[in-house]
Design a protein around this ligand. Structure first.
Ligand code: NAD
Ligand code: TYD
Length: 352
């Protein structure tokens, strides 16, 4: 079959990437979707078992840090679109080991920009979509929301590396007229989320009767978005976003960590038939994360007003679907938490 275009999705074996790959493979049979992922601890091909045999899908194991590999890849596949999600994504790990974040998130992104620039010289109709985070804007006080014009103020090695990559993407647009579009999204939740991040970590610990670590006073706030709604926003921005523009994506759904964890405990008790209040007894306040950002909240009105995107489900629905997914996928949890995960978790917890 002759495809209308070939789209490269990087980081497609990870949490958000796997939902984006599935959406594009199923919704656009006229596109050839190439998933490039190096399969770090966070990448898992099990996330894509249901679509791996689709005729318009190809997986390639490779590292965006490797320039020679990227050159060959871009010569073999004439990509017209790139959706770049590959990254080191966990703030706590970035505090332990910032270099990994610079190498993948900054240098890896610039490697991809260079490959696209070389491949697309004189070519029309191409698009480089960079997927980023609201954490680049820093931390809010009790009031206010991040907009697309909020000044960058990254405060963790993770957010600094994402901010640097965002700047490079914009610089390549201004300097070389690379056709780019960007988005900055709030915290995602849903199936296939690696259990180092708050929601799946708490679910996993409840299932194992382990303490539920709450950093600091637990009053840190995050805006939570259903991962499939992030994927649908990426679809809309990839196809309709204006070249050179940035769009904030958010769920208009702010929660303090402690309130979110208490709600999670109550639903887990309900679903697993335990007496109400049992899981909350596991809540343990631990030493705070260094440099912990107090509050993130997103104004996503530009995306709504200009491109017509809004979240498709309520948090109540998404949260329950997420919990059901974890309760019905014990093997997935077991596989991703075997081996190095245990060591990582114990080290994190011992340090607190
Ligand atoms: P993730 O850690 O679950 O997945 C990252 C994927 O990238 C993994 O499959 C990993 O194997 C791959 N990868 C890492 N280094 C690579 C390299 N050098 N070469 C090729 N592949 C590599 O991350 P996620 O939560 O799915 O986040 C995806 C993107 O979305 C990231 O860019 C992140 O900054 C951004 N983002 C995440 C959130 C969130 O709440 N998780 C919110 C906003 C933006
Ligand atoms: P996380 O899921 O790591 O996402 P991010 O730091 O990128 O927002 O953390 C979400 C919030 O939960 C953040 O305020 C840190 C806090 N947190 C805990 O209190 N305990 C934990 O064990 C983890 C992993 C996070």
């Amino acid at each position: 079959m002759r495809y209308k275009k070939t789209v490269l999705i990087t980081g497609g074996a990870g949490f958000i990437g796997s939902h984006v790959v599935r959406l594009f493979v199923q919704k656009y049979p006229q596109y050839r979707i190439v998933n490039l992922d190096t399969l770090t601890y966070a990448g898992n091909l099990e996330n894509l078992r249901d679509i791996e045999k689709a005729p318009n899908y190809t997986f390639i194991k490779g590292n965006i840090r490797d320039t020679a590999f990227l050159k060959d890849l871009f010569e073999s596949y004439r990509f017209q679109g790139i959706i770049h999600l590959a990254a080191e994504s966990h703030v706590d790990r970035s505090i332990e080991n910032p270099m990994e974040f610079i190498e993948t998130n900054v240098i890896g992104t610039v490697n991809l920009l260079n490959a696209a620039r070389l491949a697309w010289r004189g070519q029309e109709g191409c698009r480089f979509y960079h997927v980023s985070t609201d954490e680049v804007y820093g931390s809010l006080g009790d009031e206010g929301l991040f907009t697309e014009t909020t000044a960058y103020d990254p405060r963790s090695p993770y957010s600094a590396s994402k901010a640097a990559s965002d700047h490079f993407v914009r610089a390549y647009h201004h300097t070389y007229h690379l056709p780019v579009v960007l988005s900055n999204c709030s915290n995602n939740y849903g199936p296939n989320h690696f259990p180092e991040k708050l929601i799946p970590l708490i679910i996993n610990n409840i299932l194992h009767g382990k303490p539920l670590p709450i950093y600091g006073d637990g009053k840190y706030a995050r805006d939570w978005l259903w991962v499939k709604d992030h994927a649908s926003a990426i679809d809309v921005i990839f196809h309709k976003g204006k070249e050179g523009e940035t769009y904030n994506i958010g769920g208009n759904n702010e929660w303090k960590n402690i309130d979110l964890v208490e709600k999670l405990c109550d639903i887990m008790d309900e679903k697993t038939g335990k007496p109400q209040g049992s899981s909350q007894k596991l809540i343990t306040f631990v030493k705070d994360r260094p440099g912990h950002d107090r509050r993130y909240a997103i104004d996503a009105s530009k995306l709504r007003d200009e491109l017509g995107w809004t979240p498709s489900i309520t948090f109540e629905e998404g949260f329950r679907m997420t919990i059901d997914w974890y309760l019905t996928h014990p093997d997935w949890i077991k596989n991703v938490t075997s081996g190095a995960y245990q060591q990582y978790y114990e080290k994190q917890y011992d340090n607190r």
